[in-house]
Design a protein around this ligand. Structure first.
Ligand code: NAP
Length: 464
């Protein structure tokens, strides 16, 4: 039980930015009580539910988060949705400081005809599905057609294309969900188009992720030779230090030309300067109509201008991977245009004025950009703002979780502690072992809760 006089902090969201905020806070204010809320019984956000199963090294960052979670003063409160099970106002009453680290969970839309036809999906759904995220457990993907398209040329598009192109046997020893393995094993997809509205010099992949696309066993890569010809503004971008990553990408793409297919192998086709105008077909996607674009504008500000020329691409499956945006949480200001919470260095702003005690970090603060490590500096900045503001905050005693949990439990909710997650973790690892997988995830929340009960027999509440 925290002492009176303890700084009570709530963090909403248990992904990278939330954990880095907890780490920075506990470092700056040893003795603080940090409660981290998540709507799932499992922590780690996109590291568990987003990072591709064939990227185990990236997932090792969980070891860092696990260490933070074991620090004195830290508590995990999973299976509780802020904004539904607890109002933001209740958090404000129970804690001195509330940090929103709830990410950007909505998909940007193309806004074109046929976007919602059968066979057209968001990358988010597919990624969540193969990663065993409970929200996407029951999604159905029909992989019986030979041609798929991924719209967008960022790292999420690269993940989706790679999972579609990789021989299923190369995924069997990853933590990919079993239901996804079964469907991927039957996949008849042979050709995967990765479609970008701008050119190779503007693609958003990081070069390490792009390189991997040339190393998939048995998979050919094709790029129309003309697509690698660059205009003057593109050449200026690549000559500028700001274009370092883009230059590496263009070099990688040039190196891809002519990687042959292996026997029975698949093909990745990069298509640049192409904007989808519509998806069409009777009842499901059969064709994508693409406008051929040219680039216009100053270096680093070039935009795609559609020409009248169009191309019809026969295609039975589409994944839209054009970025995310945040969603509003009742009780906190939100900017629809940017999909973020207005803030200055992490301080939530309402009509330009800081709201005492409310902060943001991660994608809900800056938008869906950067890699996992980007969130560390972001959270350090937010925590520096908190520390600077403490003298001006009302620091009269607050109850923290002790003021909230009994009411949640009385309403039949089942908050899950870090020990509860550890019980799930242990069983997931054991389920994976006979298959040579690092874990076999639980993909349904009731199964997770039952596992906690089974392992710990703690009665109705999984939170001690
Ligand atoms: P992203 O990097 O922002 O890429 C979005 C892509 O969609 C861009 O190619 C963009 O083109 C395109 N796009 C946007 N609006 C469009 C429209 N209306 N029509 C056609 N194309 C459109 O987003 P992301 O791939 O979702 O990734 C999000 C973040 O997570 C990134 O920072 C990424 O690096 C990170 N991530 C990292 C890893 C990793 O490190 N392994 C893995 C996954 C994700 P324009 O450039 O023309 O806008």
């Amino acid at each position: 039980m925290p002492q009176s006089g303890t700084l009570q902090v709530a963090i909403v969201g248990s992904g990278p930015s939330g954990f880095y905020a907890a780490e920075a806070l506990l470092r700056a204010k040893p003795g603080a009580a940090v409660d981290m809320f998540d709507r799932l019984p499992t922590p780690f956000g996109l590291v568990r539910g987003g990072v591709a199963p064939d990227h185990p090294k990236i997932k090792q960052v969980i070891l860092v988060y696990d260490k933070i979670a074991r620090s004195p003063g830290f508590s995990f409160i999973g299976n509780v949705t802020v904004g539904r099970d607890i109002a933001v106002a209740d958090l404000q009453a129970a804690y001195h400081v509330v940090i929103f680290a709830n990410g950007a969970d909505a998909d940007r839309r193309l806004g074109i005809q046929g976007e919602d036809l059968r066979g057209s999906h968001t990358a988010t759904e597919f990624v969540g599905w193969y990663n065993g995220h409970p929200d996407y457990r029951d999604r159905v993907f029909d992989l019986s057609g030979e041609t798929a398209a991924v719209i967008g040329q960022g790292n999420v598009a690269a993940d989706v294309a790679r999972i579609l192109a990789t021989p299923v046997d190369d995924l069997r020893r990853t933590d990919i969900a079993e239901h996804a393995l079964e469907v991927l094993a039957e996949s008849r997809v042979r050709e995967i188009h990765i479609i970008g509205r701008r050119g190779p010099a503007q693609a958003k992949f990081t070069s390490v992720e792009l390189k991997e696309l040339g190393k998939i066993r048995g998979c050919a890569v094709s790029i129309a030779a003309g697509d690698l010809e660059l205009n003057g503004a593109c050449q200026a971008e690549l000559a500028d230090p700001r274009g370092d990553e883009n230059r590496k990408n263009v070099d990688v793409l040039r190196g891809f030309a002519g990687i042959p297919a292996g026997a029975g192998g698949r093909r990745l086709c990069f298509r640049f300067l192409a904007t989808p105008l519509r998806f069409s077909g009777p009842g499901r996607v059969e064709t994508i109509t693409l406008a051929r674009n040219r680039l216009q504008g100053e270096p680093f500000r070039q935009v795609a201008i559609a020409a009248s020329e169009t191309v019809e691409l026969p295609c039975q499956l589409v994944f839209r991977s054009i970025g995310y945006k945040g969603t509003p949480l009742p009780g906190i200001v939100f900017h629809e245009g940017t999909g973020t919470v207005p803030n200055r260095k992490g301080r939530v702003l309402d009509r330009e004025a800081p709201v005492p005690g409310l902060y943001v970090t991660g994608w809900i603060k800056r938008g869906p950009t950067g890699i996992i490590g980007t969130n560390r500096a972001d959270s350090v900045e937010t925590v520096a703002a908190i520390v600077e503001d403490l003298a001006g905050l009302d620091l009269s005693p607050r109850p923290g979780s002790a003021g909230l949990l009994p009411a949640l439990q009385a309403r039949g909710l089942r908050p899950v502690s870090y020990a509860g997650w550890q019980a799930i973790d242990l069983v997931e690892r054991a389920r994976g072992e006979p298959k040579g997988k690092p874990r076999e995830k639980f993909t349904r929340i009731p199964d997770m809760l039952q596992t906690i009960d089974g392992g710990r027999s703690t009665g109705p509440s999984a939170l001690e």
